[in-house]
Design a protein. Structure first.
Length: 760
């Protein structure tokens, strides 16, 4: 939201007051409160008829400093984000010239009784600051609304990322962003997953702890600052120190909730009925058996909306005309080693038999007159389940439990963005403006908690569309309603990378696009991208997405890349466990791995899959691709093409057939694979192939081995001296093969015991 008219003037409807100095302070063992009036205080007369901002500094996590700006101290009706507090040790220093608050390597400093400026320092270096007139208490004279604003300084070369899933440019400089969940597709500035957290290229992050709409102006209203504002009389934010982007994400997820680890089977291929296509038991089994007959492994089958009767979403009842024996159908699917997912949402249509039950018991969001808040958008007369009502949560979960008892394994938790604000009344008195974004957290928490209770914590997974702060605890999320076009494929990747650097670990998208009809070439290229994403799902609106309906090469393409992903699961699941432990996303922009290479900070059409593999999807029918390789030695694991990139990195232009793309392992990498895998979940310690890529002379590298539950089960260590390569293993079963990839050649050896030395 913009308040100024150019650099010098304020827009006429606004009155902006800002702290001029810190006149007084109070400190406790773990907090420092500053009192900053809107004018300098020279004598007692200046203390009258004057407002001030109260600024409270705290630290919930080492290296994180919270700043609460308050004009008037008013009650907060909720909801509020659920944050962790690790109670770190802090250092507070006060003297007659300067006040400081230190947590870890991060210090906040402000002059005492001098011109106001709040500096944030990593060790002794200022990383950002709130300068004079940056903090604002704002009155809109036309509407009588009040706002709180903060502006934090930016460096000359500073770049800003994050703010949730955004389909605009990955670098957010110059953009205006409202944190407000919307069901707007993947082709505009609107987004399903809005997160008031940004990550700076300068090694710090900022999290605005406000569930309601937060307006960001990123080097836009003031091109030297990142601005954020909210309606109301207070504003809470946290500055998160790095010094690396990965460190920032680690501290952010420690503050807002650790990323949960999805079950191993969820990383395999998901196949959907699609949305408005005709389907019944015969269709479902034809697709499942068609994949089996073509030797394409499948891990999850998803039933989209019309597993229930139209106009009755949600009633959580199988349409008896299309699925007369759902238990029998689920058993058939399970007998083929495949999990079952069904679509749900948090809205109950008026025709649903559950509507009257929910209305009578007060389980829906209401209007001020006591009636259920209803509209016809999506389903006729639908109401919204009120997850602030504990009884409504139990009621909703009971309907889902009946499906779990029937054999359903997980849920696609669709929607959760179109939550009413005007004339909306929630059971616990929550502010509808704060509930709008937060609703998705309560919705997905209710479903995820039930899955943990019924299936076990290691088996719980949802397929969610909407998200907010903390939703990383309820994986996984997909990118929403994209188009069957190459541009939309690129937009989806950009939105996914933005989402993943906003504190999330796992992400998927509708392979070949949701809307419209995909062409065979798009289907194949998007299949490559989809199977090299953290989670992989074929889905569509009007078109079945089984490969043989496109052409025979699509079948070969799908088989190759499903087999590839399953073979990589020893590597991928170890990287996923690292995501759970550290907060570094499984798919990640290249700059997270190459912080010293400035070129990587602008890359939005390629990404790292884990720490060792670089993926450059192809976004055209011709197979042409331009991508950037940071300095080092690289090997395409599909073609064995090797690259020796000099210092400074290099842009490459290449052409690939429909069965290949740039998929490159960086030097000094150990990548464990099992080429015989038939599902995503298996014993990753059972004789995996040990692939060693460009191990440099005098180098010793190692990788952890995890089992299919994510537990540390062993390790592989590789060291090289001259032409001698030594491989040592712990915790592996059977006899592994060793593949040494160097200069485009591959040499194969067999391990003998737990340690073997090979001559290259």
């Amino acid at each position: 939201m913009k308040f100024t008219d150019g650099y010098w003037l304020t827009r006429p409807q606004y009155e902006i007051q800002s702290p001029k100095e810190v006149f007084d302070f109070r400190k406790t063992a773990d907090s420092l409160t500053l009192y900053a009036p809107f004018n300098k205080i020279n004598d007692r007369n200046d203390e009258l008829n004057l407002g001030m901002t109260t600024i409270k500094l705290t630290s919930p996590v080492e290296g994180v400093i919270g700043i609460k700006l308050t004009h008037f101290d008013q009650n907060n009706p909720g909801p509020s984000f659920e944050l962790e507090n690790e109670h770190p040790e802090v250092m507070i220093n006060t003297d007659d010239k300067e006040l400081s608050f230190k947590s870890g390597s991060l210090t906040a400093k402000v002059p005492f009784k001098s011109d106001f400026e709040l500096d944030f320092l990593h060790d002794d270096k200022v990383i950002t600051k709130s300068m004079e007139k940056a903090e604002g208490v704002i009155h809109d004279k036309d509407t009588n609304k009040h706002y709180m604003r903060e502006q934090l300084s930016m460096g000359v070369d500073e770049l800003i990322y994050g703010l949730g899933e955004r389909f605009t440019a990955l670098v957010k400089n110059g953009q205006s962003v409202d944190i407000w969940n919307r069901d707007g597709g993947t082709g505009s500035e609107q987004a399903y997953k809005n997160v008031p957290f940004y990550l700076s290229s300068e090694g710090y992050g900022v999290f605005v702890d406000q569930p309601e709409k937060v307006s960001f102006e990123i080097a836009s209203e003031n091109v030297d600052r990142t601005q954020f504002s909210v309606e109301g009389e207070s504003l809470q934010y946290y500055v998160i120190d790095g010094p690396t982007p990965k460190d920032v994400l680690n501290k952010y997820t420690r503050l807002t909730g650790q990323i949960s680890l999805p079950p191993a089977w969820s990383f395999g291929l998901w196949l959907s009925t699609s949305f408005t296509t005709d389907y019944r038991e015969e269709t479902v089994m034809k697709f499942i058996d068609g994949m089996r007959d073509r030797k394409i492994p499948l891990d999850v089958f998803h039933f989209d909306c019309f597993w229930q009767k139209g106009f009755e979403w949600c009633n959580f009842l199988w349409d008896p005309e299309q699925f007369p024996d759902p238990e029998g159908l689920i058993k058939k699917i399970h007998d083929r080693g495949i999990k079952v997912c069904v679509w749900i949402n948090p809205y109950i249509a008026q025709k649903s038999p559950l509507f009257e039950e929910g209305r009578k018991n007060g389980y829906f969001v209401k209007r001020g007159d006591g009636n259920v808040w209803q509209w016809d958008l999506w389903q006729a007369g639908n109401g919204f389940v009120d997850f602030t009502n504990p009884d409504a949560v139990k009621w909703y979960q009971s309907k889902l439990k009946a499906l779990l008892d029937m054999g359903v394994d997980c849920f696609k938790t669709d929607f959760g963005e179109r939550i009413p604000v005007e004339d909306a009344v929630f059971f616990d008195g929550s502010d509808p403006k704060r509930e709008h974004n937060y609703y998705t957290y309560q919705y997905n928490e209710a479903v995820y908690d039930l899955l943990k209770e019924e299936k076990g914590a290691d088996q719980a997974v949802v397929f969610a569309r909407s998200a907010t702060v903390g939703s990383q605890k309820f994986p996984v999320h997909w990118g929403g309603d994209n188009l069957s076009r190459y541009k939309s494929m690129a937009d989806s990747l950009r939105g996914g990378l933005s989402f993943l650097v906003s504190g999330f670990g796992f992400w998927s998208h509708d392979i070949s696009g949701f809307e419209e009809h995909a062409t065979p070439d798009l289907y194949k290229r998007w299949t490559q991208f989809g199977l090299l994403s953290s989670h992989s799902r074929y889905h569509g609106s009007v078109q079945y997405k089984v490969p043989w309906l496109f052409d025979e090469e699509a079948v070969e393409n799908t088989r190759k890349f499903v087999d590839l992903k399953l073979s990589l699961m020893p590597y991928l699941f170890n990287e996923a466990v690292n995501t759970h432990e550290t907060g570094t996303p499984l798919m990640r922009p290249a700059f997270l791995e190459y912080t010293n290479d400035r070129n990587t900070y602008f890359l939005e059409h390629e990404y790292m899959l884990g720490s060792k593999l670089l993926v450059a999807p192809i976004f055209n029918a011709e197979g042409d691709v331009k991508y950037y390789l940071p300095a080092g030695k690289w090997t395409n694991i599909l073609t064995e093409q090797s690259y020796d990139i000099s210092k400074g990195g290099e842009w490459l232009a290449e052409k690939y057939d429909n069965l290949n793309l740039p998929l490159l392992a960086r030097e000094n990498s150990i990548i464990l694979r099992n080429p015989n895998a038939e599902h995503a979940e298996y014993d990753y310690t059972d004789a995996p192939d040990i692939n060693c890529y460009e191990i440099a002379n005098g180098t010793k590298v190692s990788t952890r081995v995890v089992d299919e539950h994510g537990d540390h089960a062993g390790s592989v260590t590789v060291s090289r001296q001259g032409d001698q390569l030594t491989v040592a293993t712990k915790g592996l079963k059977g006899q592994s093969k060793v593949f040494i990839h160097e200069n485009g050649d591959v040499k194969e050896f067999a391990m003998s015991g737990d340690e073997s030395t090979f001559t290259i």
